[in-house]
Design a protein around this ligand. Sequence first.
Ligand code: HMG
Ligand code: MG
Length: 283
Amino acid sequence: MSNRAEIFEVGPRDGLQNEKTMIATADKVKLVDMLSVCGFSRIEVASFVSPKWVPQMADSADVLAGITRAAGCRYAALTPNMRGFDGAVAAKADEIAIFASASEGFSQANINCSVAESIERFVPVAEAAQAAGLPVRGYISCVTDCPFDGATPPEKVAEVARLLGDLGCYEISLGDTIGQATPETITTMLKAVLAEVSTGQLAGHYHDTAGRALDNIRASLELGVMVFDASAGGLGGCPYAPGASGNVATEAVAAVLNDAGYDTGLDLDALAKAAEFARTLRT
Ligand code: HMG
Ligand code: MG
């Protein structure tokens, strides 16, 4: 078994998108630059969504233009539709992410369409990304619990994972959007998803609302998941998921993975400095 585990840093996107006070573009660039020296292979820095829906991400192109890119690191952007895809390409994002939900209520609240409609909308985006040679990551929100629909059936997560895999997503990130999962519900959900896609294609994206994200990561490691999304300083939340608080903190995940014997390849001193700066951006 490889002892490598990876943290996908999502702080500049998922961490900051929910901040009510507009954060200066220069501070976002500074955060990304501080994260870039930590040794991440992938950092999500931008989101080409409607600025009416998520005002904080309106300067995504400027952030991508302002950062100092580290060799070996891919800078990712969310793209809900072709307009977002075109924006991400123009801003030279290295990879894109399409984002679906396993629950209808959250799909409507977050991207204003049903789950099936969202998959249809992602088809041209995934095709265009493949034509442009850009890796596509897929998110599934509300993999165990939805703030609108209650408990999410594991087979629904498995179905959406298969659809995203069919669209060519190289990795599928499983979101506990409102941080209500338990090791038991995560394990049940993962077992259902693993019937459709392989463990090497999965990432865990756990918010820490109830303080169980690290336990959920340990449960996921047991089933072979080796990639976890996290946000330096534990910033974050989704504006369309009532009750969603921060992503699990990158520095806490790094400590758990190190304690469990996994090598994350991260410079923990540089990470501590980035996390400290990230926390100053919280309003
Ligand atoms: P809509 O209103 O159904 O779509 O929104 P529309 O096509 O009618 O567009 C509405 C307006 O937005 C129009 O402008 C469009 O031009 C504009 P208007 O005519 O009103 O002036 N527009 C855009 N502007 C910029 N970039 C674009 C774009 N597309 C349309 N790409 C839409 C549909 C998807 C656009 C909207 O619902 C939206 O932007 N939603 C994004 C919500 C979001 O970003 N949520 C947070 C990210 S997801 C998340 O955090 C979960 C995750 O972390 C995993 C987890 O934790 O579970 C990933
Ligand atoms: Mg999230």
